[in-house]
Design a protein around this ligand. Sequence first.
Ligand code: GDP
Ligand code: MN
Length: 349
Amino acid sequence: NSNSNSNTDNSKSIANANKKIIAGDKVKATFVTLARNSDVWEILGSIRQVEDRFNRNFGYDWVFLNDEEFSEEFKRETSRLVSGKTHYGLIPHDQWSFPEWIDTNKAAETRERMRQEKVIYGDSISYRHMCRFESGFFFRHPLMEQFDYYWRVEPGVKIFCDIDYDIFKFMQDNDYEYSYTISLPEYQATIPTLWETTKHFLKEYPQYLHPNNFMDWLSDDGGVTYNGCHFWSNFEIGKLDFWRSDAYLAYFDYLDKAGGFFYERWGDAPVHSIAVGLFMDKQKIHFFDDLGYYHVPFNNCPVNEQTRLEKNCVCNPNDDITFKNYFCNNKYYKLKGLKKPEGWEKYGD
Ligand code: GDP
Ligand code: MN
């Protein structure tokens, strides 16, 4: 259920030449995209931007995953744009269905209640499978095994600036294990018991709480309640070994058994973020302020003019959400003791 295309056309030999120059340095890294066949036209724009701004100079591979077989059309259209090798994988059925311990009647009641309460994606079964898969399984798909780092890309996203350095090598050289571009508070209606469940987990497995954790970013009262802050997981560049660690696997398993992916609507973003915040050394978390990124409806646009000029950005800094109060980046800068870019106040609230 996977195949790889070797690239033979001219445009790709340029990327191959570039690849040779850096071959010795190359990190074992891949892009990874979960998509439906119907997402093909939307993902092309994302790929084109990632390639133009970054990957055409580096030729990293791209893994596509789907709960159904990818169509010939999807494979043809995507492989022609990717400068590295493309891989197409099918998700095992047990990673995209109700586990046997889930009461499907109870799950249906939740969906009906959330439909009435108009919770976003609250009535969707497939969205829940998606969140569970991205939480617990993408990093252990056989096609991902050969890689150490990944960059998650979704349909319809934009990259606004040149990435003129090897971003995976940057992660590796700086010992970063998780990075993000946008952070914001989660809708509490989707995660009523996620934090309680997490606290129970910590009580049972206190050894997994990292001594230099980022708890204060997740909680404003020393861990009693969750403030909802999470890294928006439609963009992630990270180290796969973190998700493959004993701590994370035990945590995912605990959450999965508790049932909140189906009895509530736990998102992979808060699940990933809580894990990063509790089990990872906070020094290993990185915020990218130089890429420019859009996923509906939010923009990250570098507010520093010099950055925008040097990196040929094509975004409006007035649209940047980084320093707006609703989001969680001001808190991030503060807790990390980071200096905000010159003139950031102009782009706050
Ligand atoms: P949102 O960003 O939270 O609004 O959710 P999206 O609709 O963008 O879905 C998140 C990711 O999962 C995207 O990469 C989608 O292409 C993918 N996705 C969502 N639902 C499905 C599904 O039912 N099957 C597959 N194969 N991918 C899905
Ligand atoms: Mn999306």
